[in-house]
Design a protein around this ligand. Structure first.
Ligand SMILES: [Zn+2]
Length: 164
């Protein structure tokens, strides 16, 4: 069960839908098992056993067994339901490389040749940010070594050479 929940969690939002499905099935199975114990035939059977000189215990234990199974099944539904709700409502925090996807070198070359302001380029991640917004290190890999500020055409050439 735990393994199932971990797998669902790793799937993110689709896992949340599946977890709610699992919770629904488990709850329905639990309700079904409990419903079986409400069968008046069980009471009739118990009375009959007692009338035949027995104790009626076996019928009573069968009822308890079914109720216990129903409880266990319900107990499985709860964590699945919580996981499902959590996975469906949690916010996805984007990673840095999703915010700054790697650009192709041609696009960087074009941007550098047409630049109207200073730009910073990470030659490892191939990302580019305006120098005005730069913190002095690459926003993706945090490297300051492969992160260059382009203020002149010479800088631009050096950066492009580093990426070719
Ligand atoms: Zn970088």
């Amino acid at each position: 069960m735990n393994e199932l929940l971990e797998r669902l969690e790793a799937m993110g939002r689709p896992g949340g839908l599946l977890a709610l499905g699992v919770a629904f099935l488990a709850a329905a199975a639990g309700a079904g098992l409990f419903w079986l114990t409400l069968d008046p035939a069980l009471g009739v059977e118990e009375a009959q056993r007692i009338a035949e000189g027995g104790s009626g215990m076996s019928t009573r234990w069968r009822t308890r067994g079914l109720r216990f199974s129903a409880l266990l099944t319900f107990a499985m539904a709860l964590p699945s339901a919580f996981l499902g709700v959590r996975l469906l409502t949690q916010r996805h925090y984007p990673r840095a490389d999703e915010v700054f996807p790697p650009m192709d070198v041609g696009a960087i070359a074009d941007a550098l040749s047409q630049r109207t302001e200073d730009l910073c380029v990470c030659t490892r991640c191939r990302v580019m940010v305006p120098a005005a917004f730069s913190t002095g290190a690459c926003p993706v890999c945090a490297s300051a070594v492969e992160y260059h500020e382009v203020q002149s055409d010479e800088d631009a050439q050096m950066v492009l050479a580093a990426m070719s």
